[in-house]
Ligand binder design. Structure first.
Ligand code: PLP
Length: 229
């Protein structure tokens, strides 16, 4: 069986190759290791191999792991769906949230962010594929949401995130990522100081990097296939 350390190196080398192919520097693209469903022991393995940023999707599970691994001083990103009644543990625990899709949730996170912690770093999740069931704000409503989120005191709006509909067609993958990048550049030209474009996963990180991703969120290619969920 391939070790987490070897798989992590393989992912880093895919990132490097994709960045160079796009005329970018490899260190312009950060790797977020998505550890949802995997026990803390696997995260320790990845951390021992040098990985610092981890992404979690489920509140209770994620908070448990941050507590168990507190001494490692890792950076924790919440990337899953947000529910109004579960914002407090996120505000009290995570460094980043990628999945802001409505103002109410952002207001709660800002109000609940403890004063002794740095402001919560956030991305707005955008529904670039326009599917009814997917979470994320529509492109049409993005500007209004960005205005509201940027005004909150205990939150820093850093950028945008998307999970496009899966496609095996690279041109199609790139089209979706380009739509997110266009929205990101539009907000930058409107004056928002954004620096984070969170897009690309195990199967499409090359297309995302070609379109300007600054963070790729990779689970399966590092930890293996998730069972059950
Ligand atoms: C699970 C998940 C990922 C990682 O997906 P893989 O295909 O396992 O790399 C990335 N982003 C989000 C929001 C996820 O929920």
């Amino acid at each position: 069986m391939t070790t987490i350390s070897a798989k992590l190196q393989a992912v880093l080398s895919r990132i490097e190759t994709a960045a160079r192919a796009a005329g970018r520097l490899p260190d312009e693209v950060a790797l977020l290791a998505v550890s949802k469903t995997w026990p803390a022991t696997r995260i320790r393995e990845a951390a021992a191999a040098g990985q610092r940023r981890f992404g979690e999707n489920y509140v209770q599970e994620g908070v448990g792991k941050t507590q168990e691994l507190k001494l490692l001083n890792l950076e924790w990103h919440f990337i899953g769906p947000l529910q109004g009644n579960k914002t407090r543990p996120i505000a009290e625990t995570f460094d980043w949230v990628h999945s802001i899709d409505r103002l109410k949730i952002a207001e709660r996170l800002s109000a609940q962010r403890p004063a002794e912690l740095a402001p919560l770093q956030v991305c707005i999740q955008v529904n670039v594929s326009g599917e009814e069931t997917k979470s994320g704000v529509s492109l049409a409503q993005l500007a209004e949401l960005a205005r509201g989120v940027a005004n909150l005191p205990r939150i820093n709006l850093r950028g945008l995130m998307a999970i496009p509909a899966p496609s095996e067609d690279v041109a199609e993958q790139r089209r979706a990522f380009r739509a997110l990048r266009d929205a990101y550049e539009k907000l930058q030209s409107d004056g928002y100081p954004l620096d984070t474009l969170s897009m690309g996963m195990s199967d499409d990180l090359e297309a995302a990097i070609a379109e300007g991703a600054t963070v790729v969120r990779v689970g399966t290619a590092i930890f293996g296939e998730r069972s059950g969920l």
